[in-house]
Design a protein around this ligand. Structure first.
Ligand code: PLP
Length: 378
């Protein structure tokens, strides 16, 4: 029998496991998206959104994956002929660059090798030139398991007058994203990461200034239309109704746990994952000073390929983690520990990893990873 997805230990870097409460919320008869019931749902979601962002800015919900949110943000705020800086250090930084270049023909891109922090000094030099429309960056680079420390560039961006636009898709509700103190003008979140809801909705948070300067860059993703509608508890087009029902539950659960509580729990799970990896000699891929708390990227043990690690995890132990992207395909695997990931998930995953290493004659200290996790448990 092939491994059962219903009972799988599911720790990819998003979409993450969906809370059963959110699944049940979606098993609901069709409702009129222009009727009172659905307006009530949208109203509740609108009131709950500040819980997700930890801030009360202008907020929009788009039917579409995280990339729809990014495209809405960049297409509405960057301008042809007005220089925009993109900072990149992984697959999603490169994606930002691709999207921004669709809407702006004067883009300066500063990149670091994958796994390294964004180049702060070079970025500050560029920002201090003073002619920038916007600075665009990924907060948590999911592809390499690295969280960029945006506090290192935030004061320079603020002083320059550039808009500060951030891909927070795998960061929001997982790691701190202090919108007000960093002066972020635009932040995009995705439903399938820290919220543990199904994929397919993007949430966008805007500052007053960003809201005022929006121009429709596309028809469907025009943030002005989405913001105006949401203010009336409505959506401009037919929304993904079941996903909205799930989002309402996801926001309620986040409110119960609190944003700070979710971030602190995610941090503990991340620390346990790193301690467990260290205990059995699995090497972190990114610069350890900037490791992400929502996803841990580990190198495949030397000489072992994906089919000896990830494939065995899935086929034999029904544990699913994620492979590498781009040049990292086959070289790293990534464990997502955001949303509703929990201690038993980590224990099962590392027990299986230990079995795989033992089989390959590479496990010096049996049980060490499980002990490391246990020591971090509250
Ligand atoms: N940006 C980051 C940081 C991501 O982690 C992802 C997805 O994993 C995306 C963008 C793309 O989001 P989506 O696949 O939801 O469009």
């Amino acid at each position: 029998m092939s491994p059962d997805p219903e009972t799988r230990t599911f720790l990819i870097a998003g979409p993450v496991r969906i809370h059963p409460r959110f699944l049940r919320a979606m098993s609901f008869p069709s409702v009129n998206h222009r009727g009172d019931y659905f307006h009530g749902v949208v109203h509740e979601i609108r009131e709950l959104l500040p819980v997700l962002f930890g801030s009360k800015g202008h907020q929009a919900i788009l039917t579409g994956s995280g990339t729809a949110g990014l495209e809405a943000l960049y297409s509405g705020l960057v301008r042809p002929g007005q220089r925009t800086l993109v900072l990149s250090n992984g697959n999603f930084g490169e994606r930002t660059d691709q999207i921004v270049r669709k809407y702006c023909d004067t883009v300066t891109t500063l990149s670091s090798p994958w796994g390294q922090h964004i180049p702060v000094e070079a970025a500050i030099r560029e920002i201090e030139k003073g002619d920038l429309r916007a600075v665009c960056v990924v907060l948590n680079e999911t592809s390499v398991g690295l969280a960029n420390d945006l506090s290192q560039i935030a004061p320079a961006v603020k002083k320059s007058g550039a808009l500060f636009l951030v891909d927070g898709i795998s960061a929001v509700a997982g790691i701190p994203c202090p919108i007000q103190s960093w002066g972020l003008d635009g932040v995009v979140a995705g439903s399938q990461k820290g919220l543990a809801a199904p994929a397919g909705l993007a949430m966008v948070h805007l500052s007053d200034r960003a809201r005022a300067e929006l121009r429709p860059g596309t028809f469907y993703l025009d943030l002005v239309a989405h913001l105006d509608s949401l203010e009336k508890d409505d959506t401009p087009f037919t929304p993904a109704v079941p996903l909205f029902l799930a989002l309402r539950e996801a926001l309620l659960l986040l409110k119960e746990e609190t944003l700070e509580g979710r971030i602190a729990r995610t941090h503990r799970l991340a620390e346990a994952t790193r301690a467990a990896a260290d205990a059995i000699g699995l090497e972190l891929f990114p610069d350890r000073s900037y490791v992400s708390d929502t996803v841990t990227a580990l190198r495949n043990p030397a000489g072992m390929e994906d089919k000896q690690v990830r494939k065995v995890l899935l086929d034999r132990y029904n544990v699913e983690v994620q492979g590498g992207q781009g040049a990292l395909k086959g070289k790293v695997f990534r464990i997502g520990h955001m949303g509703i990931a929990d201690w038993p998930d980590l224990l099962v995953t590392f027990a299986a990893l230990e079995k795989i290493l033992a089989q390959a004659g590479r496990l010096a200290h049996p049980g060490a990873s499980l002990l490391a996790i246990e020591q971090k448990m509250p």
